[in-house]
Design a protein around this ligand. Structure first.
Ligand SMILES: Nc1ncnc2c1ncn2[C@@H]1O[C@H](COP(=O)(O)OP(=O)(O)OP(=O)(O)O)[C@@H](O)[C@H]1O
Ligand SMILES: [Mg+2]
Length: 356
């Protein structure tokens, strides 16, 4: 049973900080993703947990142990990289057995363990194949098996799916999540892919320029982003210029399009300061006649309609702004032609004012 605590974790390279003061508690058994754009410090954080990079400052705890000064081989972690490179001159069984042979485990026991872990990753019967005889997804499973066979306390995965094609990535992300859940192993998963993070994680930590800027469940991060950076990094949003009329606690009243209405208020939202109202396209409601109770209706004009298969996307002119609405392409849903006059609005619980 192992949780991970990062305390004021910092890594400097000369004058620049790759990781700046990261405070994080990853719970035992949790699937935790570090998400952020290229260069924000995800891999450096992971490599410090693994012991491959020495922190400039701060501490790392795995369970009851302060491992900050310990070399990687004494941390009992398993790490899988993007370029999983399994040894081409060894078959699958030998690849998986490698770590156990290095640890001088008895031969019969190695055989048993390799069989068991290959079954776990769905590769029973693949022991005698070589890398060139495996698909990318299968090679990635071997890379995982090679790590899991040593029974690590925690599993660290650095963009493990990025070398795979889109369909294989889709399949593997559910597969890894299921495997992680069945093993109950504390896992840190590094990705810049928001879909992977949203689908697989119990919680996500979003990083921006060396700092951890928000930690929460996928729903927290998607529905209640705390900054404009998080909003724009996770999915698409309408960002509408509004005026703030009043603020109390985490709610505010905003002025837009000649009316005033309620919204959630993010950190730093103040009267007289600029703010953006964040509304996800799927939360923009459109109707020819009426919107549900509680939704302020704005007169709007359809600018364009784009058919995208499961969804239909509209661009709308609303109160001097241009916004995007997405609707499920379902039978009985009316469609709107460009030029049509409609009502558009959003639920007060599904919009958030954020400071600019
Ligand atoms: N050994 C090093 N020496 C100097 N700078 C480094 C070193 N390793 C990383 N950096 C810098 O630290 C920053 C963070 O790098 P890191 O590899 O952690 O980013 P990342 O979030 O994993 O990005 P990516 O998504 O591209 O993999 C980058 O600006 C990088 O150039
Ligand atoms: Mg990286």
């Amino acid at each position: 049973m192992t949780d991970i605590r990062l305390i004021k974790l910092t890594k400097s390279y000369g004058a620049s900080r790759a990781v700046d003061n990261v405070e994080l508690h990853i719970r035992d058994g949790e699937f935790f993703s570090l998400l952020g754009p290229s260069g924000c410090g995800k891999s450096t954080t992971l490599r410090m947990i693994a012991g491959f990079v020495d922190p400039s400052d701060g501490r790392i705890w795995l369970g009851e142990d302060d491992v900050t000064q310990r070399p990687p081989e004494q941390r009992n972690i398993g790490i899988v990289f993007q370029n999983y490179a399994i040894f081409p001159h060894m078959d699958v069984a030998a690849n998986v057995a490698f770590g156990l042979r290095m640890r001088k485990v008895a031969k019969a026991e190695i055989g048993r363990k390799v069989e068991a872990v290959l079954a776990q990753v769905g590769l029973t019967g693949y022991g005698e194949r070589y890398a060139r005889q495996l698909s990318g997804g299968e090679q990635q499973r071997v890379a995982l098996a090679r790590v899991l066979v040593t029974q690590p306390r925690i599993l660290l995965l650095d963009e493990p799916l990025s070398a795979l094609d889109k369909n294989m990535r889709e399949e593997m992300k559910f597969w890894i999540k299921d495997l992680q859940r069945s093993l109950g192993i504390t896992t840190v998963y590094v990705t810049h892919d928001q879909d992977e993070a949203l689908t697989m994680s119990d919680r996500i930590g979003v990083m921006q320029r060396s700092r951890l800027v928000q930690v929460g469940t996928p729903e927290d991060i998607y529905e209640r982003p705390e900054t404009l950076f998080v909003t724009s990094f996770i999915g698409h949003s309408n960002l509408i210029d509004v005026e703030i009329a009043t603020v109390s606690e985490r709610r505010c009243r905003v002025r837009f399009g000649g009316t005033e209405f309620e919204a959630r208020a993010g950190e730093g939202v103040e009267v007289q300061r600029g703010a953006k109202l964040v509304v996800r396209p799927e939360n923009v409601l459109i109707d020819g006649q009426a919107l549900p109770p509680g939704v302020v209706p704005f007169p709007a004009k359809i600018l364009s309609e784009t058919y995208q298969g499961p969804i239909v996307r509209y661009r709308l002119a609303v109160g001097g702004a241009e916004i995007v609405a997405e609707r499920q392409n379902q039978i009985h849903q009316p469609r709107f032609a460009p030029g049509a006059s409609v009502l558009a609005g959003w639920d007060p619980g599904r919009c958030e004012a954020l400071a600019v």
